[in-house]
Design a binder for this molecule. Structure first.
Ligand SMILES: [Zn+2]
Length: 302
């Protein structure tokens, strides 16, 4: 406090800086919390001081330090060692993070499958065969593009499910950003006869047994899109003239038919980052708070 009365003193006596000034680089911060964050992670001078390359309060300038060859060798060895240690630490942190993420996904899938309240009426495959695809959805393909048309059908399907109070076979949770879970019938295990006890009885029974919530990947998403595209093509073939502008001359008509045909056969949805975009859009449309008490579930696991 003394120094505030003696202005000339202030610039020499750094110990009197207010507590929101970084002791290493003299930058000022609006709160001590911000200062703390700065000194822990962002201050560019602190590591120089810590490593002994610079004395506290900038007493020497790194460019002017002269080391002997031996000192240089020692410093390089020490740095290489530190980097190696850090790499190992980072690897550990990353692998722990992945384990936690994987566990979280498993917990959600387990929670969904253990609680009959989450069981939707239809599997994702059936739902995709059922949600409405209208002529105007298909004209999206020609007016905009295939990707927009697919997205619109799915979003409209979700809206309809919500309005009619039928649980859609897709879920997403705040706790797992951009991750979708689908109620899925495992058709492969159905065909492979893995299970010899699996009697040849009613298909309905097998469908029930093989249907479960799973976490959805892009490969699955691509399959859904193909299902929808197949439906688009069917509608297009049945109503080819509907998608033409009225009163076209024969020649232009023929050209437009070809253009439309190329658009409807487009593979654009399999390219670029469309699966990522679609997942994100669907996720944002349906995300909800996870009903699972994760802390408790994690303890159960151990
Ligand atoms: Zn600083």
């Amino acid at each position: 406090m003394d120094s505030f009365q003696h202005q000339d003193h202030l610039s020499h006596n750094e110990t009197n800086f207010p507590s929101t000034v970084c002791n290493y680089c003299n930058k000022m911060f609006s709160s001590s919390k911000k200062l703390q964050e700065h000194t822990k992670m962002r201050c560019k001078v602190k590591p120089l001081v810590d490593s002994g390359l610079l004395s506290f309060q900038g007493g020497s300038i790194p460019g002017k330090i002269r080391f002997s060859e031996t000192e240089k060798d020692n410093i390089i060895c020490k740095l290489l060692y530190d980097v190696a240690l850090l790499k190992m630490e980072l690897y550990k942190v990353n692998s722990n993070m992945n384990t936690i993420k994987r566990k979280q996904t498993l917990q959600i899938v387990k929670g969904l499958n253990n609680n009959p309240d989450f069981k939707p009426k239809y599997t994702i495959q059936k739902w995709l065969q059922m949600i409405p695809v209208s002529l105007s959805h298909v004209s999206h393909v020609f007016q905009k593009n295939m990707n927009e048309a697919i997205k619109q059908v799915l979003l409209d399907g979700l809206n309809m499910a919500e309005n009619s109070n039928i649980k859609p076979p897709i879920m997403g949770f705040h706790e797992k950003p951009n991750k979708l879970y689908v109620y899925y019938q495992d058709i492969d295990s159905n065909n492979n006869h893995h299970n010899s006890d699996n009697n040849k009885g009613s298909t309905k029974n097998t469908e029930q047994n093989n249907s479960k919530w799973v976490s959805c990947d892009y490969g699955m998403m691509r399959k859904w899109c193909s299902t929808l595209v197949t439906r688009f093509i069917q509608i297009f073939i049945d109503n080819e003239d509907y998608f033409l502008e009225p009163n076209l001359e024969d020649e232009t008509k023929q050209e437009q038919k070809i253009t439309n045909f190329n658009s409807i056969m487009s593979n654009s949805y399999k390219q670029g980052d469309f699966m990522e975009n679609l997942t994100e859009q669907l996720y944002n449309r349906i995300k909800q708070k996870s009903p699972f008490d994760e802390s408790r579930d994690v303890n159960d696991e151990n």
